[in-house]
Write a protein that binds this ligand. Sequence first.
Ligand code: NAG
Ligand code: NAG
Ligand code: NAG
Ligand code: NAG
Length: 295
Amino acid sequence: MKIFLIFVSILTEIANGKTNWTRINDVCGVSHGDRIIGGTKAALGQYPWVAHIGLLKQERNDHKLSYECGGSLIHPKFVISAAHCVYGLGNNERVATIKLGEHNLETDIDCEGNHCADPPQVFYPERIYVPREYNDTKLKHDIALIELDEPANFTRYVLPVCLPSGDMIKNDLMSMMVEITGWGYFDIDDPVSSSILNVVRLPVVEIEKCKEIKQLSVYEFSKGQMCVGGIKGKDSCNGDSGGPLVKAMSMDNYGPRYILFGLVSVGVPSCGKFSLPAVYTNVSHYLPWIYDVIN
Ligand SMILES: *[C@@H]1O[C@H](CO)[C@@H](O)[C@H](O)[C@H]1NC(C)=O
Ligand SMILES: *[C@@H]1O[C@H](CO)[C@@H](O)[C@H](O)[C@H]1NC(C)=O
Ligand SMILES: *[C@@H]1O[C@H](CO)[C@@H](O)[C@H](O)[C@H]1NC(C)=O
Ligand SMILES: *[C@@H]1O[C@H](CO)[C@@H](O)[C@H](O)[C@H]1NC(C)=O
């Protein structure tokens, strides 16, 4: 299958377009998980926008599907992720599938107590959009949009997350707690990916805290990034890349909703072991680019 890769320059102004965002805002950011389950595991349906992105690696006569990245549904036809997850991959590697409504990777039908979710919805990438200015050596503009081959059906377990709007666009969330979800390693001393979606709660810290980290000094930092974490034992890690950083906030006319503020971009290989923060893409900064691609 051929996937079209499209480069779109970063814009500074939001374009008017034909997507009816009112219809998306009517349903976005709604969580159906009861929060009785504590600890690191997400409840079934708690983060219904989380996408699981599968990469196909071709090795001689063998195909291997691996899941190393996450994403978020923001529109019936678009999943947002990190550019490094979908672009500049190995020669024999490509984005193959996008799963929505996934919770436990080991079961076909995910259940909790006596209620079960619908089977995951599986999509193929139709087009992949990356900012023309993306540079993997600097890990700047680490954002990508994947256009799905057909629109997702919104259900209790598959819903888009809200994008920042109004006053929240300028909010830098400094010192606030945010939620990061993924199937990556959650115990660095036992680095196997988790089969159940995990959530970690961490504070947003000054970008200087990330600039100080030696292993990250090769990267260039800008307003397009945010620095999050710095709590020993808690971090996003391998397998969480591209996945969502959200915060519940009150949205005009809608009450509290989950808003997508960040995308997991880069951290140190030891993850949460040494209480170092990690770098996330600042979604607010890229809204004009996102609207330009989708519209
Ligand atoms: C957008 O959708 C909303 C809610 O479904 C509807 O009330 C409104 O008329 C639509 N706007 C346009 C321009 O189609
Ligand atoms: C969405 O629902 C339609 C109608 O039931 C169905 O044909 C389609 O396959 C569904 N799409 C996905 C991705 O499950
Ligand atoms: C990315 O940045 C590096 C280091 O500054 C530079 O050498 C390279 O040409 C850049 N690549 C692109 C595609 O701009
Ligand atoms: C993210 O981008 C927005 C919009 O450009 C900006 O107002 C905000 O301060 C940025 N956040 C951080 C942590 O730099």
